[in-house]
Design a protein around this ligand. Structure first.
Ligand SMILES: Nc1nc2c(ncn2[C@@H]2O[C@H](COP(=O)(O)OP(=O)(O)OP(=O)(O)O)[C@@H](O)[C@H]2O)c(=O)[nH]1
Ligand SMILES: [Mg+2]
Length: 398
């Protein structure tokens, strides 16, 4: 399963409360205030790692709760700080903050409720361990607004589609480099113990500070695959076959449309020059993809970061389609999704040139385009691969 968009609830740990205590020991019956400070709450930290390629972990653990700080103790002892919660995401993850009424109004934990809060937060991650939340089709639509999230009892009701939330969201971070980190929610400071409030005029302070609340909010994690080249084409054009021919990636290949259901990234090595180019194969596009026909537009997000595009046309028209129509519709769909995509450098590749009809179709095609720069290949038979590899290298490393 490939997850590229997910809604999560992040909450940093609350600070532990300060302690109210007085020193009583032999020969010092009135030793004065000695309550220690509470520990700081843990942060929620997001770290990009190159070894992941999907937001799968967050599908199983959409609640990212760091631990609370422990309360201060007597004899001036400070409470232990809460552990940070480190969330690993694939490189290319964008983090959007979603508007939430609750997150802006977090009350600092009262001393009575502290124990419960501490247990909640500390067990929060374990409670939903390994339990996938009720899914929409590709995205988790979890009702994180609810106070008591029913983990075991009923399935969580679906919220409105994530696409509708896009208008209200705000970009917090775009993690592109391996090891890049951000503190998504800062843990609350621990409260000061009563010994901090002792002065010459107030020698017996019978109060201490409560801990500060940790930051909390809902976020949308969106993965946009990092690749140099994006392969775009109609279903069955041979995109996956082409990726297999030039790299060691093994996407599924079959003679029916929509074989590829999620993006695959392959690495093309140029051993003599010690260079490499990454190529992303996405599911096929068809006319009306912008209205969610076929697999829709969703996967086009993965080529938004690509530096250049390869438009792959089935020149043999194996499925009874006209290559020129395919070409114009592909360009239309790209510009309907994001006009910036059509401004990227691109090359046109004619595939299946081994088929009989291909030559005739190509000359028809050239009547529309004139003498266009086009690469002729036959991906299934490894024909034209060297030229194609050179062309994509020139596109991204001019
Ligand atoms: N004759 C011929 N057939 C090819 C060539 N390249 C691919 N095919 C065939 O075309 C069919 C579709 O290939 P895929 O690589 O799965 O096509 P795709 O564009 O990835 O398709 P989707 O994933 O469905 O979008 C397969 O049966 C391939 O064997 C080629 O150069 N010549
Ligand atoms: Mg494919």
């Amino acid at each position: 399963m490939f997850i590229d968009e997910i809604k999560v609830h992040a909450r940093a740990g609350h600070g532990g409360r300060g302690c109210i205590a007085f020193l009583r020991e032999a020969f010092r019956p009135k030793g004065g205030p000695i309550g220690g400070d509470g520990g700081h709450g843990g942060d929620v930290v997001i770290r990009a790692v190159k070894d992941l390629n999907s937001l799968m972990d967050q599908y199983y653990h959409p609640r990212l709760f760091a631990k609370n700080g422990n309360p201060g103790l007597g004899k001036g002892m400070h409470g232990r700080a809460g552990k940070d919660f480190i969330v690993k995401v694939p490189c290319g993850t964008m983090i959007w903050k979603l508007p939430s009424k609750e997150s802006s109004e977090i009350n600092p934990p009262s001393s009575e409720s502290f124990e419960n809060d501490a247990n909640d937060a500390n067990e929060g991650n374990d409670a939903n361990e390994g339990k996938p939340v009720k899914q929409g089709d590709r995205s988790v639509m979890l009702d994180l607004e609810a106070d008591d999230i029913p983990i075991k009892s009923e399935p969580t009701p679906l919220l409105k589609p994530i696409a509708e939330l896009h208008a209200e969201r705000e970009l917090v971070a775009d993690l592109t480099e391996d090891g890049q980190e951000i503190v998504l929610c800062k843990g609350g400071k621990g409260g000061q113990g009563n010994r901090r409030f002792a002065s010459s005029t107030r020698q017996v302070p019978r109060f201490a500070q409560p801990g500060e609340a940790g930051e909390e909010s809902k976020y949308l994690f969106e993965l946009r695959v990092m690749a140099d080249i994006g392969l775009v084409g109609y279903p069955n054009a041979g995109k996956s076959t082409l990726l297999t021919a030039i790299s060691r990636a093994h996407p599924k290949i079959a003679a029916y449309p929509f074989t590829t259901l999620y993006p695959n990234v392959g690495i093309v090595d140029y051993l003599e020059e010690y260079q490499r180019v990454t190529v992303c194969d996405i599911p096929g596009l068809i006319e009306g993809a912008h209205e969610n026909v076929g697999l829709g537009h969703e996967f086009l997000r993965h080529i938004r970061r690509c530096r250049a595009l390869v438009l792959l046309i089935d020149m043999a028209g194996v499925d009874g389609r006209d290559p020129w129509e395919d070409y114009t519709r592909l360009l239309d769909e790209l510009s309907l999704y994001d006009p910036e995509l059509t401004k990227k450098p691109r090359i046109l590749v004619a595939n299946k040139m081994d088929e009989e009809a291909a030559e005739t179709n190509l000359s028809e095609f050239k009547k529309h385009t004139g003498d266009i720069n086009l690469i002729r290949v036959s991906a299934a038979f490894d024909v034209g691969m060297d030229k194609f590899k050179q062309a994509i290298k020139d596109l991204v490393m001019p």
